[in-house]
Design a protein around this ligand. Sequence first.
Ligand code: PCA
Length: 204
Amino acid sequence: MKILITGFGPFDRFPTNPAQVAAEKIAENDPDVECFILPVVYGEAREVLHRELRERDPDAVVSLGLSANIGCINLEEIAVNIRASHVADNSGRILSDEPIVEGGSLAYRTSLPTSKIKKRLRQEGIPAKHSYSAGVYLCNEVFYTEMEWARSNNKIAGFIHIPLATSMIADRIEMYRFGHMSMDTIIEACEIIVEEVKKSDILQ
Ligand code: PCA
């Protein structure tokens, strides 16, 4: 089984993105996993992802993104056809309310086995929950794009939001009111997610 893991590079006020670190680490340690780091730019993220899906033709895609205001692994359930944010993308663009795909479906649901993943993560002592909004920024654009692909190709795909890595904010901890998690735990969580995706493929 070939799994594509995507991460994102730095954006906004975050000089490193734990989603990039985790995606690269998983791909380094698992021969079934390839990784690709997406740009935090509206439209470009979607285009680049389309190209990578076409060229790599994976069986499953797991995308990772940073959410600075969560304290646990968020298993995203729903991608919506909306782009909006107060935060500019890496090209400086702010969008207030635009569809990702003109006339596209309003929403898609993940095809990752999120209930099983949540159970496994919690059993291993890693806090995780379902989330019913991945926001309306780049993570949602990527999530929506891969769900369209998964739907039309009968593949497994989904999006995971991860918290800030503790080591990345240790010297500025008073600036962050929300949660954080050690990078090792984030990586362990991603390994478990990949294991569960491999199991769900066998069951399909
Ligand atoms: N998180 C942002 C975009 C890139 C990332 O890692 C988001 O939640 O949309």
